[in-house]
Ligand binder design. Sequence first.
Ligand SMILES: Cc1cc2nc3c(=O)[nH]c(=O)nc-3n(C[C@H](O)[C@H](O)[C@H](O)COP(=O)(O)O)c2cc1C
Length: 175
Amino acid sequence: MDFKELLKERRSVRKYIETVIPVEDVEAILEDTRMAPSWKNNQESRYYIALSNEMIEKVYDALPAFNQKSTENAAYVVATYVKGLSGFSNGVPVDDLGDKWGVYDAGLHNAYFILSARDRGYDTLIMGLRDEKKLREIFSIPEEEEILSVIALGKREGEVRLNRRKELPEFSEIG
Ligand SMILES: Cc1cc2nc3c(=O)[nH]c(=O)nc-3n(C[C@H](O)[C@H](O)[C@H](O)COP(=O)(O)O)c2cc1C
């Protein structure tokens, strides 16, 4: 897909049709995702994928009701990152941001993920509201990792409109 079209087409989707997602498609999206840049090439983002009905139900249970409702029929991806790597040198934060650099890297990886998904005919919804404890238990996620979002993955039902975007001067300054 043309890149500009891809940017326009990628929207947060809150209504999904019933689909079976082949594991190969998820792997292809992850292959694209690993091309994202990261601090010193740490590549500390991690992904836990719920693709079977059993795992999907468990992750569904770790979401608040409104996010459950938005993601019926979708699979789930739990995005984490390994703490204490990006922004650190010999275990010591190199600046005031510390572990926020890990979140920065993970955001980049997640951006690649959602764009690749769209490019491959899938839709996504990033959800910051989730039960961190339940997710950690479901996938036995180690304490070294910080759990960020749950990303729904599926195929959209119907049209999705573009939310208003800020005009350039509202978020940028060119000198
Ligand atoms: C970090 C993050 C957390 C979000 N959490 C939620 C959420 O819990 N539930 C939800 O419906 N949308 C959530 N969203 C989706 C945003 O509302 C959405 O990206 C924004 O309104 C822009 O719309 P668009 O993605 O269609 O361009 C989240 C997005 C991000 C990046």
